[in-house]
Ligand binder design. Structure first.
Ligand SMILES: *Cc1c(COP(=O)(O)O)cnc(C)c1O
Length: 475
């Protein structure tokens, strides 16, 4: 292929993707609406694409930019001189390292556990799975959806010496509320435990929200007992994908995260993160965008975003059949419906109107809901969004809620995924509308029936079905 063919093909391939710009995709992507920030980020990404963060002595540029990003974040999160940081590839990697480091700081612990609110990001479940740290998920307050410090303290006591980490969110992804970090920290200090605050999504919003006069519960290094914080730059810092920060209160707390191996005949491997060879591109891009936008720029972006969120909340409250699940603490809005319609149909209807809103399935006593991440570029489009939402809700009410056949529901509730073989998965995927009996899978036109069916399956079956789906999709 020549360069023109390649560029044409790359454009064609993108045609079916969600739009990354314009503010109409309310999950996955973040748009500042600042063309210059996009331009400088892409330029820096390209300039540093071939550099290798494997060895910081070979590419001191990367170390310098990492230090400067940490220096930018540290005062934002009210960290003292001792706070140290690492640039990682994303929120998941920051969380994986926080869990791995906490586990390895207490090497004598048999059957380590971490105490988490149920609303903590699923990246912690992945860390539990990877690192053999059992996850103890404590129910949150049923109304506010905030973590329950007394219940978490009881869990800390129940697991005693096995606890290696406690974590909470600022704010949670699913409901957009900040957990009571101060109260949880009082419990972890009393027991000498590490406390990680997952500010992956809020880290680049809450500091400016507070300066703008919004009520923000203390969540950062000002709270004694907070030992680490994760904050993603590829979310509200509006940098290209692949950059998050993991900050530790002291170098001692961070040290178990580092890995060296001299036990082979090649170069001595020395890594701060899970990756070894890694492009310096995302780091350079983040450095560029953060320096271009700067403190004042983020203040403006957060003001725009939170004004947009307020307008969105007011508009949703004025509509029939949909309601807020909780009052948002920042820029994430969660809504559900009354019994006349369902969120899955609304999501499909919104997509048909050019808006992506993210379905969240029911979990324990929580009903299925829709997640909206508001970014700066969404704010000016809020009136249009509300019109599309009203139309979508009307269409969903006209269609009525999706009803899952009682027999199918009973089957879904009782199936043990451990007992299913490949043929059974093919059959179930076909039944769910995700594939055919022959094992070929397709992404369906309408997601609502699929989501509604998955929603009645317990999480373990949902996971097994989705893994079977991915396995077939990626062959
Ligand atoms: C996005 C997010 C994560 C995971 O981050 P990735 O960058 O998707 O790996 C973790 N926690 C919270 C609160 C998030 O919003």
């Amino acid at each position: 292929m020549n360069s023109d063919d390649i560029l044409r093909r790359l454009e064609e391939l993108r045609a079916d993707d969600l739009p990354t710009h314009g503010g109409r995709t309310l999950a996955y992507v973040y748009d500042s609406g600042l063309a210059e920030a996009d331009r400088i980020g892409k330029q820096a990404l390209a300039m540093y694409a071939s550099t290798n963060g494997l060895d910081p002595t070979a590419f001191p540029s990367l170390l310098a930019m990492e230090r400067e990003l940490v220096a930018f974040a540290r005062p934002m999160f009210h960290g003292g001189e001792d706070v140290v940081g690492t640039v990682t590839s994303g929120g998941t990697e920051s969380i994986l390292l926080a869990v791995q480091g906490a586990r390895d700081a207490l090497p004598g612990t048999t059957a380590p556990v971490m105490i988490l609110p149920t609303t903590i990001h699923a990246a912690f479940n992945k860390a539990a799975h990877y690192f053999g740290v059992e996850r103890v998920a404590v129910d949150v307050d049923p109304i506010t959806k905030r973590a329950d410090p007394a219940a978490m303290a009881a869990a800390m006591d129940a697991y005693g010496d096995r606890v290696v980490l406690v974590a909470a969110s600022a704010p949670s992804y699913a409901h957009g509320v900040v957990d009571p970090i101060e109260e949880i920290a009082a419990e972890t200090i009393a027991r000498g435990l590490r406390l990680h605050v997952d500010a992956c999504i809020g880290g680049w919003v809450l500091p400016w929200a507070e300066r703008l006069g919004h009520a923000v519960m203390p969540w950062d290094f000002r709270v004694p007992g907070v030992t680490s914080i994760s904050a993603d730059l590829h979310k509200y810092a509006y940098t290209p994908k692949g950059v998050s920060l993991l900050l530790h209160a002291t170098p001692d707390l961070r040290r178990p995260q580092f890995f060296a191996s001299a036990d082979w005949p090649g170069y001595t491997m020395l890594n701060a993160t899970t990756q070894s060879t890694k492009s310096g591109g995302p780091l350079a891009a983040a450095w560029a965008v953060v320096n271009l936008i700067g403190d004042d720029g983020y203040l403006d972006l957060v003001r725009t975003t939170l004004d947009g969120t307020t307008a969105l909340v007011t508009g949703i409250e004025a509509q029939e059949h949909v309601r807020l699940v909780t009052r948002p603490d920042s820029s994430l809005v969660t809504l559900d419906t009354d019994e006349t319609c369902d969120v899955f149909t609304i999501s499909d209807q919104m997509l048909a109107r050019g808006w992506f809103v993210q379905p969240q399935m029911s979990y324990r006593d929580m009903r299925a809901s829709l997640h909206l991440t508001v970014c700066a570029a969404t704010a000016p489009a809020v009136p249009e969004f509300l019109t599309a939402l009203a139309e979508s809700v009307e269409a969903a009410v006209a269609a009525g809620p999706i009803v899952i056949d009682a027999e199918l529901r009973a089957a879904a509730e009782s199936l043990d995924p451990e007992t299913l073989d490949d043929a059974a998965f093919d059959g179930l995927l076909a039944l769910a509308g995700l594939g055919s009996e022959t094992g070929a899978v397709t992404a369906p036109e309408q997601m609502a029936p699929v989501n509604a069916l998955l929603d009645v399956a317990p999480p373990a079956l949902r996971e097994a079905l989705l893994i079977a789906f991915l396995d077939r999709l990626s062959r």
